[in-house]
Design a protein around this ligand. Structure first.
Ligand SMILES: Cc1ncc(COP(=O)(O)O)c(C=O)c1O
Length: 396
């Protein structure tokens, strides 16, 4: 008989990830088949640029292998503050904390700002970890539906409807995982007005801010002076510089005192981020050439995937304005997104994530990652196209 493990209520309540479920299923298939195409993993398929790797190697040789201050290395904090000066020229290094990816920045800011029972509004569909993170501190993530007709951009009217007496914060994620939505300046200003009126915190999770298409630049809520005191920005090197495994992210606060407190929390969570990773991140910021190149490749890949699936009967997919995710509507097939994702895995060995893994509003959609090679994306489109023609001959 299996031994009963005695977890805390919090651990028991931690939500199981729907993305993980698909990964595990795909892993079972991968043992049997060697032709799987995985459009699931939310990370760049590029290797970290060489100049960044060189900086890390040099840092290790130079003995940068010890603890550093909880808030991060001064030179990196300084460089980030400089990068954000166009948002607000008051940002200094003391407004910046270096975190273990944006993930830990999110966690630290929730820990610092929310109490048990507080609600934080999140977009639906969204990055599912927001729910687990809120759960870990006894807070509640409450969904704000986002709609395909608005290109999945969160609308102020829907935020207003989701408010309750317990609402303390709102989480924005533009560009958005999983929908690729980028909030317009008008969207942001309308939400900012609600933030002001109801005195809410804003956690603006922006790890895809550099991965945008068609010349659009995401407008950050940190650029709205009237609510500056409410806004915390979370960002990271993971996606922009293809550095997911280095675990370097950062958080910007509107007052240095928040950073002092969060650095204390950091002491109990991770102490600090790996020092040679921070040296490499400082070097990364010195150039954006590699980012421009990667975005050019993502642009082509977005078109291969989205134009390709839009030509398949039953599929319809908006062009993602940012990120490397496509969010395809599959409602015409009349199946749940989990069933349809499993069908594609089983029949044609193409792995995608069911939209339902990202929230109730994701039902009827699939998330496909186009951070993959041109060849794989073309092959995936071809397989789906052939399969749909055979299995759904009457689909229009
Ligand atoms: C929306 C969003 N926020 C935050 C993260 C965390 O990224 P990291 O901790 O690697 O910076 C991710 C990663 O997939 C993400 O998609």
């Amino acid at each position: 008989m299996e031994k009963e493990l005695r977890f805390s209520t919090r651990a028991k309540n931690y939500p199981a990830s729907g993305i993980r479920k698909m990964f595990n299923l795909a892993a079972e298939y991968a043992v049997k088949y060697d032709d799987m195409i995985k459009l699931t993993v939310g990370e760049p398929n590029f290797d970290t640029p060489n100049y960044i790797k060189q900086a890390a190697k040099q840092a290790i040789d130079d003995g940068q292998t010890h603890y550093c201050p909880n808030a991060g290395m001064p030179q990196l904090r300084e460089a980030i503050a400089k990068k954000y000066q166009p948002y607000w020229n008051g940002y200094t290094k003391d407004h910046v904390l270096i975190s273990v990816g944006a993930m830990e920045g999110l966690m630290l800011s929730m820990m610092a700002l929310l109490n048990a029972g507080d609600e934080i509004l999140v977009p639906d569909p969204c990055f599912p970890n927001y729910y687990g993170q809120a759960e870990m501190i006894g807070a509640v993530a409450a969904p704000v539906p986002t709609y395909e007709e608005f290109d999945y951009r969160m609308q102020a009217a829907d935020v207003e409807k989701a408010l309750t007496p317990n609402t303390r914060a709102i989480l924005l994620n533009s560009p958005c995982n999983p929908t690729g939505a980028v909030l317009s300046k008008e969207d942001v200003l309308a939400i900012a007005e609600i933030v002001r009126k109801h005195d809410l915190w804003v956690l603006s999770d922006e790890p895809y801010d550099a991965i945008v298409y068609d010349g659009s630049r995401p407008f950050s809520i940190a650029e709205v002076p009237e609510i500056r005191d409410h806004v915390f920005v979370l960002n990271s090197f993971s996606k922009t510089y293809a550095m997911t495994g280095w675990r370097v992210g950062y958080l910007l606060a509107p007052e240095t005192g928040y950073i002092t407190k969060m650095a204390q929390l950091q002491e109990g969570v991770a102490s600090c981020v790996s020092t040679f990773s921070q040296v490499a991140a400082t070097e990364a910021l010195k150039s954006t050439e590699c980012v421009t190149q990667m975005v050019a490749d993502y642009t082509r890949r977005r078109d291969i995937l989205i134009d390709g699936i839009n030509a398949i009967p039953g599929f319809s997919c908006k062009k993602s304005a940012g990120s490397f995710y496509a969010f395809a509507n599959i409602k015409a097939f009349g199946k749940s997104s989990q069933e349809f994702a499993e069908e594609l895995l089983e029949k044609i060995h193409v792995v995608v994530v069911p939209g339902s893994a990202f929230g109730k509003m994701g039902e009827g959609y699939l998330r496909l990652v186009f951070a993959n090679s041109d060849e794989n994306l073309k092959e995936a489109v071809q397989r789906i196209s052939t399969y749909v023609a055979e299995a759904y001959p009457n689909m229009k």
